[in-house]
Structures are given as structure tokens and as C-alpha cells.
Design a protein around this ligand. Structure first.
Ligand code: MLT
Length: 267
């Protein structure tokens, strides 16, 4: 059920679901998405206490001007505080993973585990920064719909994209609901984000790495290097999956994420 909190005068929307238990699984969506990204996993995760959050500037949550990963992580913490949640398992998709890493650094005691889905702890390359700057120019010139229409098809494994145009179209429609200012703030925050290799190396809790063997923007071979860093890692590379495993292989995602949450809860 949708809930809202006012944090420093700004609205943050979140969705608790499932049983009330001490250790919720908190799910953070990625770039140009909102909490509804996870909708297809909800039936499979019905026995898990879930908390989905619309990051500031996306879905129903108000924009934070220049949030940085820091501002997004603080918003997540504000929701946990609002619900009196001491610790959680925090899992983020792509940009949501960047937010999760910032949260791990700032609030390590609030975690029993964290997970990166199609995400990684490195800072942006200069090529990526240039690409994001071109996106910011496009958005500032009023081309939000064109921007998201071009963004999403390139995030899926080729065979999946060919067979499932309607899923990509749904995602594009979801992207068109996001305000241009929120998308720009996210692009600027990703440009400014720092590397988190030490955060991963020093993690005091298990870390989930879930990668797509055909991810066009986060090559799994490269991202796997980060999986060697923490003391306890749960690593999965999904064959035939691109950057959007949540939509490309929902049953597999449910299985992996649920098992990871159970493992963290039992420790
Ligand atoms: C995402 O899916 O959240 C973004 O594509 C991540 C990125 O651009 O680095």
C-alpha cells in the first residue's frame, strides 16, 4: 500500500508489502524507473517483508535539487526511520545499486546484507560522462519522451527485445511519466558519484551480485571483479539476460533475491 512521508518538506513515496517482520527487503529501482519496476516480482515475493521506494524525483517522490548519491541514500534512511526499521537487506537495480553503495558507506549498521542487480562499484568513465552530458542537453531542450524512447530498447538482451516489444513499450511509458528534472538530477548524480570498491571490500555483511551475461552497459566479466572483494558474496550471472533481469527473467530474480534475503535473515 502506498505511503508518503514528508522529509524536510519534500514528499517521499514508499510501498510496504507482505508480512510484517523484523528484517525487510528494501528494493531500489534504477534510472528513469520507479517502484513499479518491481511489480512483476511481488507475487513471487509474497512471503517476504518488502519495502519499495520511489527515489526522489521519480514516481511520486518530490525532486531533490542536486541530490547526489548521498541525497538519495538519506532519503532511503528517512523511510527506514519513519517505519522504525533498524536493519534491512537493501537491493538496488543499476542506479539503485549506486544508491545502495552510498547507503552502505553511510549507514553500515542498518544492513544485514545488500545487493547489486546489474550494478557495480566503479565511478563513471569519461565516455559515460560525455554520454550523460549529451542526455542532459537533450532533456533540457524538452526532448524527454525521445530520450526515454531511445534509452530503454538498448538495455535488453537482443533476443528478448525482439520477442517482447510490449514489455519495452511499457517501460518507455513508465519513463515518460518521470519528470525531466528528476532524470537530469539522476544523470548529474551518477556523473558525480564516487568509486565504492573499498565499501564493497569492507562490507560487514553478505553482498549479492546479480549480473546479466548479455548486459549491454555493464559487461558481466568486468563487474565480476567486484564480486571477489567482499568476505561473503552470492554471485549470479544470468545467461541470455541483459540489463533488465527484473523484466527479462522475473522467476529467476525472485528465487535469487528471496534466497539471499533468507540467508541474511538466518545469520
Ligand atoms: C540504470 O539502469 O540505472 C542506469 O542505466 C545506470 C547507469 O547508467 O550507469
Amino acid at each position: 500500500m502506498k505511503q508518503t512521508l514528508l522529509n524536510n518538506g519534500r514528499r517521499i513515496v514508499y510501498y510496504p508489502d507482505g508480512p510484517e517482520q523484523a528484517l525487510p527487503l528494501v528494493l531500489l529501482h534504477g534510472f528513469c524507473e520507479d517502484a513499479s519496476l518491481w511489480d512483476g516480482l511481488l507475487p513471487g515475493l509474497r512471503d517476504v517483508p518488502l519495502l519499495r521506494i520511489d527515489l526522489p524525483g521519480f514516481g511520486g517522490s518530490d525532486l531533490l535539487p542536486a541530490p547526489g548519491m548521498d541525497g538519495y541514500a538519506d532519503a532511503v534512511c528517512a523511510v527506514l526511520n519513519d517505519l522504525s526499521i533498524g536493519r534491512c537487506v537493501l537491493v538496488g537495480h543499476s542506479m539503485g545499486g549506486y544508491v545502495a553503495l552510498e547507503f552502505v558507506e553511510k549507514y553500515p549498521d542498518r544492513l544485514a546484507g545488500f545487493g547489486l542487480i546489474h550494478s557495480h562499484p566503479w565511478a563513471d568513465t569519461s565516455e559515460r560522462i560525455e554520454n550523460r552530458r549529451r542526455g542532459i542537453d537533450m532533456l533540457r531542450s524538452g526532448k524527454r519522451d525521445l530520450y526515454v524512447t531511445q534509452l530503454f530498447p538498448g538495455l535488453f538482451a537482443e533476443a528478448f527485445a525482439k520477442a517482447n516489444p510490449e514489455i519495452i513499450n511499457l517501460l518507455i511509458e513508465q519513463g515518460k511519466r518521470q519528470p525531466a528534472e528528476g532524470i537530469i538530477a539522476a544523470l548529474e548524480s551518477m556523473i558525480d558519484r564516487k568509486e565504492h570498491l573499498e565499501t564493497v571490500r569492507n562490507a560487514g555483511c553478505p553482498v549479492l551480485f546479480l549480473l546479466g551475461a548479455e548486459d549491454p552497459i555493464i559487461p558481466s566479466g568486468w563487474a565480476l571483479q567486484a564480486a571477489l572483494l567482499p568476505a561473503v558474496a552470492d554471485v549470479h550471472v544470468l545467461p541470455g539476460v541483459g540489463h533488465m533481469g527484473i523484466l527479462e527473467a522475473p522467476e529467476k530474480l525472485v528465487e535469487i533475491v528471496q534466497q539471499f534475503w533468507q540467508f541474511c535473515a538466518r545469520r
